[in-house]
Design a protein around this ligand. Structure first.
Ligand SMILES: Nc1ncc2cc(-c3cccc4ccccc34)c(N3CC[C@@H](N)C3)nc2n1
Length: 450
């Protein structure tokens, strides 16, 4: 058992403020890190201490492991929380923390490594009885081997980069005569994006929902799930709207999802917060897609329906405490829905937008607002353009959706282009309102993107 007295948050924006919020409630001192353009942002002001990492470019600041470790040592932080993005799934940071005797608030490096290799992840899931799609994932298979395997996988199939994830390095192949060329292209893309041209094959599910399960495991062999989230509404693999619970699931299916995710966590001897992503097919079957070894952007919808503080859970597990609750103690009630507010211009192909937030009023009275910025702050284009999340809770899905529409209508945000009008169109869309969810909803309803 260790006590975390001071936590360094190796991140910025809304997630840094959100982590600071829990630390303050727990009496844990906080250290923020920032690049010189972020010096006046709220997460820097709200932390007890702050360390400048240097230039704006992430590769010279937020991604520089030795600078983060040095900041932790110089301020006497006994733990580091990576948040999401940046170094949150980087095994070297986990290893550097271990080297420096600093607690890494995240899973063991081995789990990060295995889940980062999509072929190893699939094999491990299949071995532990988690449903996986028909496919071929022999490590380092040659083009000839893959060509022969493509017949048994069947078409349409997906060629997926082993080192990929989140939709990067994927190619749909509809027929055998297109396979060789698609394989060459997929390998080229994987080599340039990840420096690793290994690929795997998987039967392509053209129509499916993205349903993911929040899991938590501690150092004592306990693993639980905190129910599922539906994140099907995505634009170019960027989640737009997330909700919990997944609409239209009967209790038996809900339990099957939860059990499969817990099986996955136990199979890799997991620690901390994790998310097991599944493809949910129209016939009611679901299949393992990926496992994320970090706290997700969309974790607030799970917090709202369970009443749990997932960052507090992360800190407890990282300090060597057992999980705060056993499975049967974790309750679910009502419905929560989240939208991600991006500094992007929907009228210009969602290009990133920057500028001074000359006028800004968050609708705190109508929604939980996890925001990275306040009025008078500048949004720059160096980092992920997400500036805030608006999350609403209701007794049922319609109530949560209506509250979110109201909150977006009351949002006052001037000085940058943003996607609120787009979010309002999707929330008001009939198919979305009827929960006719599918990962290609926006593809099938292009008018929502204009
Ligand atoms: N075998 C098979 N069939 C269909 C798939 C469709 C997608 C997919 C493709 C495009 C958008 C998506 C949005 C949410 C979830 C999945 C997708 C997909 N993804 C997208 C990112 C990564 N999570 C894997 N894998 C798939 N795998």
């Amino acid at each position: 058992m260790a006590t975390i007295k001071k936590l360094l948050i190796a991140n910025r924006g809304e997630i840094a403020r959100r982590i600071i919020r829990t630390c303050r409630q727990q009496g844990i001192a906080t250290v923020a890190v920032y690049s010189d353009v972020d010096a006046t942002l709220p997460h820097v002001r709200e932390a007890d201490q702050a360390v400048c990492l240097g230039p704006a470019a992430a590769r010279e600041s937020y991604l520089v492991i030795h600078k983060i470790i040095t900041a932790a040592k110089e301020t006497g932080a006994d733990a580091i929380h990576p948040g999401y993005g940046f170094l949150s799934e980087n095994t070297e940071l986990a290893a550097a923390c271990e080297q420096a005797g600093i607690i890494f608030v995240g899973p063991n490096a081995r789990a990060i490594e295995v889940m980062g290799d999509k072929a190893a992840a699939r094999q491990l899931m299949a071995d532990s009885g988690v449903p996986v799609l028909p496919g071929f994932d022999e490590d380092g298979a040659s083009d000839e081997t893959l060509l022969a395997a493509s017949d048994s996988v069947g078409f349409p199939l997906l060629i997926k980069a082993v080192a990929g994830g989140g939709g990067k390095g994927m190619r749909v192949v509809n027929s055998a005569n297109a396979f060789a060329e698609s394989l060459a292209a997929a390998r080229r893309e994987a080599r340039s994006a990840f420096g690793d041209d290994r690929v795997l094959l998987e039967r392509y599910l053209p129509t499916a929902r993205h349903v993911e399960v929040q899991v938590f495991a501690d150092n004592y062999g306990n693993a639980v799930h905190l129910f599922e989230r539906d994140c099907s509404v995505q634009r170019r693999h960027q989640k737009v709207i997330e909700e919990a619970p997944a609409p239209g699931l009967d209790e038996q299916t809900r339990q099957a999802f939860g059990n499969a995710a817990v099986q996955a966590a136990l199979a890799i001897d997991y620690r901390g917060a994790g998310t097991v992503e599944f493809l949910y097919a129209p016939d009611g079957q679901f299949y393992f897609m990926e496992m994320n070894t970090r706290l997700q952007v969309e974790h607030p919808v799970t917090e709202m329906i369970t009443g749990e503080d997932l960052v507090a859970w992360q800190l407890a597990v990282a300090a060597g405490e057992p999980l705060p609750k056993a499975q049967q103690q974790i309750q679910r009630h009502g419905h929560a829905m989240e939208v991600r507010l991006y500094a992007e211009n929907p009228e210009q192909g969602f290009l990133p937008s920057s500028g001074l937030l000359s006028h800004l009023r968050w609708p705190h009275e109508l929604a939980r607002v996890d925001a990275g910025y306040e009025q008078g702050d500048r949004v720059e284009e160096f980092y992920d353009p997400m500036i805030a999340k608006l999350i609403c809770y209701g007794e049922d899905r319609q109530a949560a959706r209506q509250k979110l529409i109201n909150a977006l209508n009351r949002l006052e945000l001037q000085g940058i282009h943003h996607n609120a009008p787009f979010l309002r169109r999707v929330l008001a869309d009939e198919a979305f309102a009827l929960a006719e969810l599918d990962t290609r909803l926006l593809e099938h309803r292009p008018h929502l993107l204009e």
